[in-house]
Design a protein around this ligand. Sequence first.
Ligand code: PMP
Length: 460
Amino acid sequence: MLKRNRSLVDVDRDYLIHPVTSFRGHEARGATLLQSARGMYVTDMDGRELLDAFAGLWCVNVGYGQESIAEVAAEQIRRLPYATGYFHFGSEPAVRLAQRLVELAPPSLTHVYFTLGGSDAVDSAIRYIVHYFNAIGKPGKKQFIALERGYHGSSAMSSGLTALGNFHRNFDVPLRWQHHIPSPYPYRSPVGDDPAAVIAQSVAELRAKVAELGADTVAAFFCEPIQGSGGVIVPPTGWLKAMRETCAELDILFVADEVITGFGRTGPLFACEHEDVNPDLMTVAKGLTAGYAPMGAVLMSDAVYQGIADGAAPDLPIGHGQTYSGHPVSAAIGLEVLRLYTEGGILANGRHVAPRFAAGLDGLSDHPLVGDVRGRGLLGAIELVSDKTSKKRFDPALKLPERLFAEGYRNGVIFRAFGDNILGLAPALCCTEDEMDMIFARIRQTLDIILEKPDVRSAV
Ligand code: PMP
């Protein structure tokens, strides 16, 4: 029975399970409910306006309140709110979005399968890869390799490619065919921060892992061009290309997970473009619809597509599908979002403010709490340490991430506060220079206040 006259926060506590949240921790803290948003700002239920320096969950790349998206969505809902992709049905928005994505993506990618988000894009990639190797007569290739600190989703299969403790603990993953090699993390690399050494180390780790598993057993290597949820870890320029080439040499598929880095987040439409990398498959989501509706996609090369097509019986379906694959409303929104990026000036604005973002990050490097700042385009991180020379992390007992987030909120800015005291930033690409300066002023103020807390002061 419904309990009446309770505040929404109480109702939330009673009924709603939040993603990636401690149940008991949430019961104790309660929800922060948002009620509206415009441009770079969100407004909470108490009417407090906050600068969103994280674009929701690194997805609202075009900013909030884009009227043309609302119009396109309403029009599509009126005309055709749903069309299945089963039984050879389809809809104009899904077809046009697939075509547009192939036009804009790295040239190796020629076919698109639509999903509901990133986790099922990664799952779809895994399933198609398994199908592909069976279809082309290499059924032994079933092992998958990804990076430590990588994030590829939290579904039953993608969570084991993810290599973050919270996603593994008590969930019985990774599965036995899922393996990880060290992350290319220049700030904390055992070989130092020399780019050539970091790249050589990753290549050697990949080769060693493939040799250990047996070259003819490995199907694919998955990586994010910049690791997002692992703490915005930016590998040296040349790393992505080196890994791609190593995969080609070892006869394993190279999958770029551009769920965060796609759609202008690092400058170009896709991060692969920085190094002219042509993946065998690519997963996308988030910025594809800029969070205005759920949608993801897996793009695949012609070789993978043809392998699956030729290997399957023409009279039997290839049993992979979802009710909402190619959803016409999401697809219509995706088309409008792509138009805003390209013709609407959003990508250009993102590139225009990127130097201001980089300057804001650099400007914080002298702060007593800051050990490292890093970023590319409008994706960045500030890593806090208790000792700049030894790079020692703060004691988790200080619960700094929660305190940083709360203090940032009080100062009117939302960022991500990761477990290792890394602050993640991903402002929308429509951000102005003034808004960018305000983000960094509020972050500095937040760090100053935290530094003055006696337990933090005594730990520095
Ligand atoms: N891959 C990457 C690189 C991601 O960052 C994410 C989400 N943060 C996912 C996959 C999973 O996407 P979703 O949350 O939409 O399932």
